[in-house]
Every structure is written in C-alpha cells, then in structure tokens.
Design a protein around this ligand. Structure first.
Ligand SMILES: [Zn+2]
Length: 94
C-alpha cells in the first residue's frame, strides 16, 4: 500500500483547525463563574457595545479579501450555584 503523504498532511491540518475552532467555541460559549468556578450559568442579557468593519484576507470573494462586520457584545451571566452575576465580552464576525 502506498501512502499519499500530501493527503495525510492535509487531513491532519484540517483536523487541527477543526479542533481549534471547536475548542475556542466551547471556551467562548461556556464561561466559568469567577466566584465558584461553576459552569452551570445562564445568560441573562446581551448588550451590543459597537460594530466595526474589518477586512479579512482570502475569505468570501474569489478575488481575495472581503469586508465583514464585527460586532462587540457584552453578555451578562448569572451563576445558578452561588447567584454571582458577571459579564463577559466577546466579538462576533458576521
Ligand atoms: Zn458561582
């Protein structure tokens, strides 16, 4: 059997990228309570702080970069365990 190394490398890099996205999503979506470290929290409100246009390289159009809208949010969470209220900021690219 002949190994196709370029395919193996490609597959490995895709797996790493997917894993990275999944991990970053989990971290972003599941913040911990700063008081007791519990992940048993609920989102109580979401506030848009601002938006800006950003240029991304390579994505979107076949010609190269594209202009995208990035939104900054501030989310308020409440811990179900100790009732601590805390905020987290994050950015979302549209
Ligand atoms: Zn807590």
């Amino acid at each position: 059997m002949q190994m196709n190394w370029s395919a193996v490398i490609l597959l490995a890099s895709v797996a790493i990228i997917v894993l990275g996205i999944v991990i970053s999503k989990i971290i972003q979506l599941k913040p911990q309570c700063p008081e007791c470290g519990s992940k048993d929290i609920v989102e109580t409100s979401r506030e848009t702080l601002g938006s800006r246009m950003i240029e991304t390289a390579g994505g979107g159009t076949p010609g190269g970069g594209s202009i995208r809208l990035q939104l900054d949010f501030e989310l308020t969470y409440r811990c179900k365990k100790c009732r601590e209220i805390f905020k987290r900021k994050f950015s979302e690219t549209q």
